[in-house]
Design a protein around this ligand. Structure first.
Ligand SMILES: [Zn+2]
Length: 125
C-alpha cells in the first residue's frame, strides 16, 4: 500500500492514498467488497472508494472493479468515522452492518451518498 493511485483531480501519479479500508465480505454480486476512504497527498482532495472483486471459479475469470468518488469534507468525515468504528471496539459489528446496508443501497442515503456522483477508476500510475 506504499504506492498511491493516480489522482484525476490534480493529475498526479501515485498521490492518491487509501487511508482506511474495511472488508465487508460478500455483498451483492461480489465475493469480496471493501469500502475505503481516500485522500490525495498533493491536492488534499478526499473521497471514498469501493473495491469489488468477483471470482467465478477459475483464477483468470476473476474480475475487479475499484472506483473512487470525491466527497465534500463533511461527508468524508462521516465515512471516516464509520470506517474507524469498524476497526474494532464495541460498535464494530453494528458499524459493519451499517456499512453493508449502505453499500447494498448504493450509498443513496445521507450523510454518505455517492449515488449519482461520477466515479473514477483507481489506477496505479
Ligand atoms: Zn490530487
Amino acid at each position: 500500500m506504499a504506492d498511491g493511485f493516480w489522482c484525476p483531480h490534480c493529475e498526479t501519479s501515485r498521490s492518491l492514498r487509501i487511508l482506511q479500508s474495511v472488508d465487508i465480505g460478500a455483498a451483492g454480486n461480489f465475493d469480496e467488497v471493501a469500502i475505503q476512504s481516500i485522500e490525495c497527498d498533493r491536492c488534499g482532495k478526499r473521497g471514498m472508494a469501493i473495491y469489488e472483486e468477483s471470482r467465478r471459479g477459475a483464477l483468470d475469470d476473476e474480475s475487479v472493479a475499484h472506483t473512487g468518488y470525491w466527497l465534500d469534507r463533511e461527508t468524508a468525515v462521516h465515512i471516516g468515522l464509520l470506517l474507524s468504528a469498524c476497526q474494532g471496539g464495541p460498535r464494530q459489528n453494528e458499524s459493519g452492518a451499517e456499512l453493508k446496508k449502505r453499500y447494498s443501497g448504493h450509498f443513496t442515503a445521507a450523510p454518505i451518498a455517492v449515488a449519482g456522483k461520477e466515479g473514477f477508476p483507481l489506477e496505479y500510475r
